[in-house]
Design a protein around this ligand. Structure first.
Ligand SMILES: Nc1nc2c(ncn2[C@@H]2O[C@H](COP(=O)(O)OP(=O)(O)OP(=O)(O)O)[C@@H](O)[C@H]2O)c(=O)[nH]1
Ligand SMILES: [Zn+2]
Length: 209
């Protein structure tokens, strides 16, 4: 092995740019503190492995900090038979956590764009949704980040993102209103300028239901 070959620098994640990640032991100790804060004994048998599980779960819930939307969207296709009309992927399920209470909000995303010179794999729109959903979020910011990532990656003639979600911080605590949903949407390009295109987007979301 050539010892002069320097290891490639590991790309800094969004989180590491802001804060140094604590060790797993520190994170597990924090969970034990929260269990005691809830009023239970972190040393009782049923709770002994809970800090480990919670810390593992956090890795899943917040895996988006280690992902790069631009990378996911970098493969585009141009051989689509000249198709240049709206592409809509609707009902993409997502779950995220609100940045105010760290409680889930759960819902569906509808993502559309008007191709310019290429299309992306449909699954990539769902993957990009997860990159940003799996961070601490507000629904507004999540909406904006998804559409910005699409615009930067494929420069479409227009794009639209609509999210509908139920916020557990409004149903399980606080105001305690079950069943309300919050809708956010954002349009760019032709879809921002042309009301008819917006109406078509809303009609396609409803189509065939
Ligand atoms: N705009 C927006 N607000 C959110 C989102 N998720 C949670 N919230 C709200 O964030 C607000 C935080 O309000 P605060 O008064 O600081 O916190 P709080 O005392 O816990 O508020 P309550 O939830 O009313 O009990 C609440 O009104 C939440 O409903 C979101 O995605 N977008
Ligand atoms: Zn909240």
């Amino acid at each position: 092995m050539d010892m002069n070959v320097k290891p490639k620098p590991v790309a800094q994640t969004a989180l590491e740019r802001v804060i140094q990640r604590p060790s797993r032991e520190e994170a597990e100790a924090a969970v034990r503190t929260l269990i005691a804060w809830a009023g239970d004994n972190p040393n009782r048998e049923g709770l002994i492995d809970t800090p480990r599980r919670v810390v593992d779960s956090y890795r899943e819930f917040y895996s988006g900090y280690d992902e790069d939307a631009a990378k996911i969207l970098e493969t585009t296709f141009s051989e689509v038979g000249g198709y240049d009309d709206i592409v809509l992927v609707r009902d993409i399920p997502f779950n995220s956590h609100c940045e105010h209470h760290m409680v889930p909000f759960v819902g569906k995303a509808h993502i559309a764009y008007l191709p310019h010179d290429g299309v992306v794999g449909l699954s990539k729109l769902a993957r990009v949704t997860d990159v940003f959903a799996k961070r601490l979020q507000t629904q507004e910011n999540l909406t904006a980040q998804i559409i910005e990532a699409i615009n930067e990656a494929i420069n479409p003639r227009g794009a639209a993102v609509m999210l509908e979600a139920e916020h557990m911080c409004m149903s399980m605590r606080g105001v305690r209103k079950h069943g309300s949903s919050t809708i956010t949407h954002r349009f760019t390009g032709v879809l921002a300028e042309d009301r008819q295109e917006q109406d078509r987007f809303f009609a396609l979301i409803r189509a065939g239901r």
